[in-house]
Design a protein around this ligand. Structure first.
Ligand code: RP5
Length: 181
């Protein structure tokens, strides 16, 4: 990760295609917000399976504590990663096909017994990052405190919206009616 020191407990993020970057952006942003070190690459379970295998092995050797794999369509990437490591793998099924991500969801979540992938919602890149941080946080009280603070900021957003709808009515929260966060 640019600007972060190398850690032996980092998150390893793998994307199936450069076209997945926009839908996975929130994962990297959230890891950065929580000061969680990460590495990132692009490797395809279908087009570059050897690259997937080599990168997973290298990341495991370098101390990756969690993998996050984001892919769309027949998204075997998270499973292909999980097949090569016993480090926890979080799969993010992505939209981008005519099936709206349902194809990727089933491909990611329906792992056969013995090789688990912790699957978050379709395009739920932020949740993948938060889950990865929570896994790391089990051994890192300072990180846990940052996650708690993150949740408090989310809660403050709800409180602010509730206050505004109470004071100014529901139309004040419609898109185009001014800042809503
Ligand atoms: C998957 O196939 C990728 O994760 C991507 O979501 C999908 C399509 O890939 P591109 O043709 O856009 O590179 O492996």
């Amino acid at each position: 990760m640019p600007g972060a020191e190398i850690s032996n407990t980092h998150v390893a993020v793998i994307l199936g295609s450069q076209n997945d970057l926009g839908r996975m952006q929130a994962a990297m942003e959230t890891l950065e917000k929580l000061s969680v070190p990460y590495e990132i690459t692009i490797a395809s379970a279908h087009r570059t399976p050897e690259r997937v295998a080599a990168w997973v092995a290298a990341q495991e050797k370098d101390g990756a504590a969690v993998f996050i794999a984001g892919a769309g369509m027949a998204a075997h990437l998270a499973g292909a990663v999980a097949a090569r490591t016993v480090v926890p793998v979080i799969g993010v099924p992505l939209t981008g096909s005519t099936l709206g991500g349902f194809d990727a969801l089933l491909s990611t979540v329906q792992m056969p017994p013995g090789v688990p992938v912790a699957t978050v919602g379709i395009d739920a890149a932020q949740n993948a990052a938060l889950l990865a941080a929570e896994i790391l946080g089990a051994a890192d009280p300072a990180l846990r405190a940052r996650i708690v603070q993150f949740r408090q900021e989310k809660a403050a957003g709800v409180e602010a919206a509730a206050g505004k709808i109470s004071r100014e009515g529901w139309r004040s929260l419609l898109p185009g009616s001014g800042p809503s966060k």
